[in-house]
Design a protein around this ligand. Structure first.
Ligand SMILES: Nc1ncnc2c1ncn2[C@@H]1O[C@H](COP(=O)(O)OP(=O)(O)OP(=O)(O)O)[C@@H](O)[C@H]1O
Length: 310
């Protein structure tokens, strides 16, 4: 379970080079997996004076997750963990920076063809704490829905038209998460941990190579949390997915992840294998945030609030 990736100090490690000796860009972004460079995200918010201001949620974040690696992101509430992940799938407004998926640049958009970008985005799946499955539909239908991005429109709109081979693939995905016997139950009949595993199966049916998990264990008891983390580690280590999970439990992260990335105020503060990251360095991630008055941005250094031009 423990890391087989080398110990790393502060700063992003570089992803390993591609198999076969193919030359790649010096910064490693063309390697399989997920690579984020100098990501910045700003949101418009209302100041106490009633003015619209831009606040930085992510402020120069780098993130590398190699194929076959499970990375855990830790950090205090509001430090930008979820926004970093959402940026990768276009759910957060990226101000600047680069996002690369399996060697394809998905942000900024204009640097690759629309088809390549669509394909690269299809390779990224995200699962959330509040599992966004359709509770009234069967487990199997929800897993099939993972393939919507590659189905013709007519089949996308009518679940009963999911083709036989897709349903067979979805069954295999359910088998991989240990839930094949629940395929015909409605999702609402499953426990939280089981639903989280269905969400993972749906990501598999999407044929994702990068899996983003935003607090996948927050609503789960310890046994279910362990089961989900073991599943994520298996997908990384045995199936070669690049997996990144935002976690609120540093011990769970230490136990299962290959590498810990700690964030403070929208950027990386620590980065290393669990054995190489001291416990007080992790505690400091949370202490730094707690030291800031509640009304201020979560930061141990100022975050710029930029007035939006009228
Ligand atoms: N849609 C939004 N509009 C305005 N501000 C936002 C939006 N989404 C996030 N933010 C702000 O961006 C900052 C980072 O939020 P984010 O959800 O990424 O933090 P987090 O580290 O995941 O926190 P938590 O651990 O509480 O989930 C916070 O200050 C948050 O209020």
């Amino acid at each position: 379970m423990a890391s087989h990736h080398g110990a790393v100090g502060l700063g992003s490690p570089r992803a390993p080079g591609p198999v076969g000796g193919v030359l790649h860009l010096p910064d490693g972004v063309r390697s399989p997996g997920l690579h984020v460079r100098d990501l910045r995200v700003q949101f418009s918010t209302r100041s106490e004076a009633g003015e619209n201001v831009l606040r930085s949620a992510v402020d120069g974040m780098d993130l590398d997750v190699a194929a076959g690696e499970l990375v855990a992101i830790l950090g205090a509430n509001g430090c930008g963990k979820s926004t970093t992940l959402k940026s990768v799938i276009g759910l957060a407004p990226v101000t600047s920076g680069e996002v690369w998926v399996d060697g394809e640049q998905v942000h900024p958009h204009h640097r690759s063809s629309a088809a390549d970008q669509h394909e690269a985005r299809r390779r990224v799946a995200m699962i959330f704490q509040q599992v966004n499955l359709v509770r009234r539909r069967t487990v199997l239908d929800n897993v099939c829905a993972g393939a919507l991005g590659r189905l013709p429109l007519r089949q996308s709109l009518v679940a009963s038209l999911f083709p036989h081979d897709l349903r067979a693939e979805a069954m295999l995905c359910l088998d991989r998460v240990g839930l094949a016997d629940r395929a015909l139950d409605r999702v609402g009949q499953l426990s939280g941990g089981q639903q989280q595993r269905v969400a993972v199966a749906r990501a598999l049916c999407q044929r994702a190579s990068v899996l983003l998990a935003d607090e996948p264990t927050s609503a789960l008891d310890p046994a279910a949390s362990t089961q989900v983390m073991e599943l994520l580690a298996t997908l990384a280590h045995d199936e070669g997915l690049a997996v990144v999970a935002v976690l609120h439990d540093p011990e769970l992260a230490r136990e299962h992840a290959d590498r810990l990335v700690g964030m403070v105020a929208g950027r990386e503060q620590l980065n290393g294998a669990p054995d190489a990251v001291a416990r007080d360095a992790v505690e400091h991630l949370y202490a730094a945030a707690a030291a800031v008055p509640a009304a201020a941005p979560t930061s141990d250094r100022p975050i710029t609030g930029t007035r939006i031009p009228a």
